[in-house]
Each structure stands twice: as structure tokens, then as C-alpha cells.
Design a protein around this ligand. Structure first.
Ligand code: ZN
Length: 139
């Protein structure tokens, strides 16, 4: 389920839309069955999905939630696809990637996604550097 992508092109092809990325995260999170991240209810029959949306509802605690709740993506509005690209870029550069490079790649990616190639001004500058050496995760 956790596929390896050799190139960014492969990643784009695997996730042509945001819904593909949401479906992928859903498949990973609920690979052992549905559960509520808010109350811990693990009875999948008591968790519904609102028609035509990515909003789920727990019939135990009566709360609604998205698949992002309880993940590192919870408090961000950045689309999952962009996160996947950022994660891929960081993993593709084992010695670290300058956040400015990440920002430039993001700008180029956004232009391609929008079907525009015009100049949107200078790439957004973000200070600092990010990479595996700063991560707390084990390889
Ligand atoms: Zn619940």
C-alpha cells in the first residue's frame, strides 16, 4: 500500500486529483478497519461517510471528522497532494533539501497544475533547511 515512486512523474500519475490522495490516506489509515480518531470507536459499522463528501461521522460520539484528524496533516489547509510531493522531495534528497528549493518546486508544480506558465512573481522565500537530518523519525 505504501508505494515507492522513483520519479515525481510517477507520483503525479498515481495522484492525478486531490481525491486520489485522500483515498490513499484513507486506505492507509483504515487498512485495519474504520475507527473514530476522536473517541476511539473501532466499530466500523458505527462510522458513516456523508454522501458526496470526505466527511465522516461517528455514531458513538456524534462528531464529524476528516481522515486527516489525528495525522500530521490535521492542522494544515495545504492539499494532501502537495504534502505528498514535499515528502517525496525530502526523501529524494537524503542530505536534505533547501526549503527555498522546495518552495520553487512547489511554485512550478502549482503552475503546471493550474495550466498556467506565466510569471507569478518571485518564488516565495522560506528561510531554513529541512531534511532527514532534522527529522526525529527513524529511517
Ligand atoms: Zn467517535
Amino acid at each position: 500500500m505504501l508505494r515507492h515512486f522513483d520519479t515525481l512523474i510517477e507520483l503525479f500519475e498515481a495522484f492525478p486529483t486531490e481525491q486520489h490522495a485522500i483515498d490513499h490516506l484513507t486506505a492507509i489509515r483504515w487498512r485495519n478497519g474504520r475507527f473514530c480518531p476522536l473517541c476511539g470507536n473501532a466499530d466500523g459499522a458505527r462510522i458513516g461517510t456523508l454522501t458526496g463528501s470526505n466527511t465522516h461521522k461517528c455514531y458513538v460520539c456524534r462528531q464529524r471528522f476528516s481522515i486527516r484528524v489525528g495525522t500530521i496533516f490535521q492542522d494544515t489547509k495545504l492539499p494532501l497532494r502537495k504534502w505528498f510531493v514535499a515528502i517525496w522531495l525530502i526523501n529524494a534528497h537524503p542530505k536534505g533539501i533547501a526549503s527555498t528549493t522546495l518552495a520553487k518546486d512547489h511554485e512550478g508544480w502549482r503552475d503546471r497544475q493550474d495550466g498556467r506558465h506565466g510569471n507569478h512573481g518571485a518564488p516565495r522565500r522560506v528561510a531554513g533547511r529541512c531534511g532527514r537530518e532534522h527529522s526525529h523519525q527513524q529511517p
